[in-house]
Design a protein around this ligand. Structure first.
Ligand SMILES: *Cc1c(COP(=O)(O)O)cnc(C)c1O
Length: 413
């Protein structure tokens, strides 16, 4: 296909383990394994074999500094300074750390804003902190969507009053792919003396960010979606420099100043950068694949990835428009440039259409209640993947082969 011949990133496809019989469009749930990630994982296994305990400081990627090394690559992707980013914990644990550290409720300023479309784990974490501090759900302010898919920035801003202590929002909504206007929201929050941060799970590795320039207070994310770090890969945490020195709410010895950690004192000397917000020993084997995986992002840069991503989703939306007209699909995603890197196609038969797609070798994911999420990923999907997917979908609809499946979701959708 001509579009693939002109694609500067096409050469990266062969660096990934793609099955010939599948079209993988689920890289925003679990990114694929690359040869580089496999290699960096194997190197760490090798250093364990060879150096045992000394692997902490010896070998090609000494474990003691790995969280900071990976943090440096992550910092480029989120537009932050090296000292502001650390690879640590998981998305949910990093959010707990942020809440434990920066939710400092006072009389009359003790509420948290979130939105009704955010990922459930974030909401559970926020509510648990309110409970732990003795508050009720009244302190939880959930911004409602007017249409079930999108959140209006005006509605968030209207809810920012003097009672709000903290705001946690997604950068890109996991269903509709809407990119929230982070810069604008931060400006409005800071005018009212409110701290604000974002969950970057669906934006890291997909779109550019300028967290430092926008003055975002904190951010957190997972590294197994667009960044291809592997199942359960260690997550990421950004803490704006202006907050460095704030004592971690959930402290542990890996938050210590690196030179002091092994003094084993009971008085903690907290690191003076984002490292402070780690807790215990990092999961080295769940971090090692990121060294290889991120080297591709270092090489390509996020702007080229974003540019191709927009072309892929543009092409997909065009094909949906022309090829699927008779079949009552609805685009639930933003269609302009305020969209992230995936498409959400709505249909009342979505659950079983996804099963029919899988039977035909296309891997989408189903999102309750009626969404088919399709994510063509810049580093390994082609324009031909997109073309074939929509044509397979057209055939499924014409032949009604989805009708042989039940319209309910699987355990993991
Ligand atoms: C994937 C995802 C998570 C997952 O959290 P984990 O702690 O990594 O399981 C959280 N929030 C959002 C928005 C996500 O997309």
């Amino acid at each position: 296909m001509e579009k693939d011949q002109q694609d500067q990133l096409a050469k990266y496809r062969k660096e990934f383990y793609l099955r010939d019989d599948l079209i993988y469009l689920d890289g925003n749930s679990l990114g694929l394994l690359s040869k580089r990630a496999e290699k960096s994982l194997n190197e760490v296994i090798q250093s364990w074999k060879e150096y045992a305990i000394d692997g902490w400081t010896e070998g090609g990627a000494p474990w003691y500094y790995m969280a900071e090394t990976i943090g440096e690559s992550l910092a480029k992707l989120v537009g932050a300074k090296k000292a502001e980013v650390i690879a640590s914990n998981s998305t949910t644990v990093n959010l707990h750390q942020i809440l434990a550290t920066f939710f400092q409720p006072k009389e009359g300023k003790n509420k948290i804003i979130a939105d009704e479309l955010n990922f459930p784990s974030d909401i559970y974490a926020i509510k648990s902190h309110l409970r732990m501090r003795g508050y009720s759900e009244e302190q939880f302010i959930s911004i409602q969507s007017r249409d079930g898919q999108f959140i209006r920035e005006e509605d968030i801003i209207a809810a920012m009053n003097e009672e709000i202590a903290l705001i946690i929002l997604p950068s890109v909504l996991y269903r509709s792919g809407q990119i929230l206007q982070m810069k604008r929201l931060v400006e409005e929050a800071h005018k009212r003396d409110i701290l604000i941060g974002f969950d970057l799970c669906h934006s890291i590795g997909a779109i550019p960010h300028s967290l430092t320039e926008w003055n975002v207070d904190f951010a957190f994310w997972c590294n197994y979606k667009h960044l291809n770090g592997g199942p359960g890969a260690v997550g990421g945490l950004y803490i704006n420099e202006c907050h460095h020195g704030t004592a971690p709410g959930l402290a542990g010895w890996f938050g210590s100043h690196k030179q002091k950690q092994f003094d084993m004192e009971h008085e903690m000397t907290v690191a003076d950068d984002a490292s402070a917000y780690q807790m215990g020993t990092p999961q080295i084997l769940s971090m090692a694949p990121l060294l290889g995986a991120l080297s591709m992002f270092d090489e390509v840069g996020i702007n080229a990835i974003r540019q191709k991503s927009l072309q892929l989703t543009d092409y997909m939306m065009d094909l949906i428009h022309y090829e699927l007209k008779p079949f009552a699909f609805q685009l639930y995603n933003r269609t302009d440039e305020s969209r992230g890197a995936h498409i959400l196609l709505g249909h009342k038969e979505a659950a079983r259409i996804c099963k029919a797609l899988k039977e035909e070798g296309v891997i989408p994911d189903f999102r309750m209640p009626d969404g088919i999420r399709l994510a063509p990923v810049s580093l390994y999907n082609s324009f031909e993947d997109v073309w074939r997917t929509i044509n397979i979908l057209k055939k499924i609809m014409e032949e009604e082969t989805y009708k042989k499946f039940e319209n309910i979701r699987g355990v993991i959708a």
